[in-house]
Design a protein around this ligand. Structure first.
Ligand code: SAH
Ligand code: ZN
Ligand code: ZN
Length: 497
């Protein structure tokens, strides 16, 4: 069953985030989520538990109606099944294997089929598998597990899209400049890796990083204080209390090192459970805060496609969507500029101050800070056009009238009142905006104004989720946006929600 957060066509599946102690049954991915199948006209739908992490039933077929009575035998069988699907080694075992692996005098082998660093005693059983040999397994390579491991490919749940270098460096530079010294990497193995690499280079102030990811293959490369096998859809630590203790210790800023969380969840993921988990992380952080009256929210950067903006803001009203386009190495579509077929729709959602995030000019951003403005779009894709004679942007239906020396509707009463500006709302010269009969309507319509993403162009039809209030931006007047010029006053007059 395909699970969506909601569906406007009559029926949909909604998530019921449970409060209290009611315990959800577990699949191999930890506690399941409670969903409700709702049909139009029906007040209450039937509820069921399904896997939190996998949208694809082929991957995890857990299903249980909320009111099902499950026999003791069935529960035991389920527990046994869950155990059998767990990783072959514990994290401690992976760590001790890694130490042995590094100490091997000759012949390091990595089984590409099993995605496993092999110890000599295991070579034989993997003999018929595809193997990387010693020359390929240098120290440098081992410090870049995201290059060694084959990215997971399941489209529906956990396809891994790895940051292009430029995006990863931009992110890390930004965090470093803002003074963060600890980065909680939730589903961002490449960022975690880059932090460690930079520390090794020793050119910049060292930063700490903790990776939380469901991909346990990373346990082969990182210690228990650097990686936790974690499910971000149900805030489940596979390593139990010990692992959640690692997170708590990491979030503690007692040593004065500021912490920030960066997450790049799979795009098919459900927003509400993600937000719920991030809130739990944030709450853990908040409880550890000692300074009174300081920042109340944990700094978070949530990387997600822009069309999720309304859903993310519903969960985190303090967040802003920044203009930065996140690029990926292995995404067939979402790559930067000329190399990608399409421009990436992936953005940063954050509670950082947008102005503090300085966009890189070398990547083609024309403005120095984020959350900027661009031409305004109606929902149907019509764009406000610039009139060079009036030196401002006007509605697409308006024409510049030489006799009135201004733009107006083509059938306006021409030359009626020279010098009279008329109504800035509907273009009529008979009244001012204050008295415009369409003023309130226009206000409502203004909800449909969309500010296109700033300096790089997105496909228009996809713009629907891309609304930003101009009030939130502080815009110097007369800014040139593409070939159009808008003044802050004009924007404020026209773009209020
Ligand atoms: N751009 C990132 C990778 C993002 S891909 C980078 O380059 O570092 C999504 C990541 O989330 C993957 O690492 C994947 O393993 C992880 N992931 C997928 N489902 C998850 C889940 N349920 N819980 C935790 N991590 C998950
Ligand atoms: Zn599952
Ligand atoms: Zn193998």
């Amino acid at each position: 069953m395909q699970l969506k957060e909601s569906d406007e066509d009559g029926f949909g599946i909604e998530i019921v985030l449970q409060q209290g102690d009611r315990k959800a049954p577990s699949c191999v991915h930890g506690p399941t989520l409670l969903f409700e199948k709702v049909c139009k006209g029906e007040e209450k739908g039937r509820r069921f538990y399904a896997c939190s992490a996998c949208r694809d039933r082929k991957e995890c077929n857990f299903f249980q109606w909320e009111d099902d009575k499950v026999s003791e035998a069935r529960l035991l069988a389920r527990e046994e099944e869950n155990r059998s699907k767990m990783p072959p080694f514990t994290h401690q075992e992976y760590c001790s294997r890694f130490r042995k692996f590094l100490a091997l005098p000759l012949g390091r082998r990595f089984c590409q089929d099993c995605q496993l660093l092999l110890l000599p005693g295991e070579w034989e059983i993997h003999a018929s598998h595809k193997m990387s040999q010693a020359d390929d397994i240098t120290e440098a390579r081992l410090s870049r597990p995201s290059l060694m491991l084959k990215p997971l490919e399941n489209k529906k749940s956990n396809a891994q899209y790895l940051f292009a270098d430029r995006s990863c460096h931009f992110l890390l530079d930004t965090l470093a400049k803002l003074g963060y010294r600890k980065v909680l990497c939730v589903g961002t193995p490449r960022l975690h890796e880059l932090i460690k690499l930079r520390n090794q280079e020793g050119k910049s102030d060292p930063m700490k990083s903790l990776l939380l990811d469901i991909d346990f293959r990373y346990a082969q490369f990182y210690g228990t204080d650097e990686f936790c096998h974690y499910n971000m859809f149900n805030h489940h630590f596979f390593g139990g209390e010990a692992a959640s203790g690692v997170l708590r210790a990491f979030l503690d800023e007692e040593d004065g090192e500021k912490v920030i969380m960066v997450s790049d969840p799979p795009f098919g993921g459900l927003v509400k459970p993600l937000a719920h988990s991030f809130s739990q992380i944030s709450e853990t952080w908040r409880k550890l805060q000692t300074s009174e009256g300081g920042v109340v929210e944990m700094p978070i950067v949530w990387i997600f496609p822009y069309f999720f903006e309304p859903r993310i803001l519903e969960c985190f009203p303090s967040f802003t969507m920044l203009d930065y386009q996140v690029d990926y190495d292995n995404h067939p579509l979402y790559k930067h500029g000329k190399t990608g077929r399409k421009q990436s729709p992936v953005r940063l959602f954050t509670n950082l101050t947008p102005r503090d995030v300085v966009l890189p000019r070398e990547e083609g951003y024309r403005y120095s800070f984020s959350s900027f403005l661009s031409p305004l779009f109606f929902q149907d894709g019509r764009v406000w056009k610039h009139c060079s004679e009036c030196q401002k942007c006007v509605k697409p239906s308006w024409r510049h009238c030489q006799s009135c020396a201004r733009c107006a509707l083509p059938d306006h009463p021409c030359g009626n009142s020279p010098g009279l500006e008329g109504c800035f709302n509907c273009g009529s010269l008979k009244h001012k905006r204050r008295a415009c009969p369409l003023k309130d309507k226009r206000r409502t319509d203004n909800k449909h104004f969309y500010i296109k993403d700033s300096s790089r162009v997105l496909p228009r039809k996809r713009n629907a989720g891309n609304r930003q209030t101009v009030e939130a931006l502080s815009v110097p007047s007369g800014i040139v946006v593409g070939s159009r010029c808008v003044s802050s006053v004009w924007l404020l007059n026209n773009c209020k929600r």
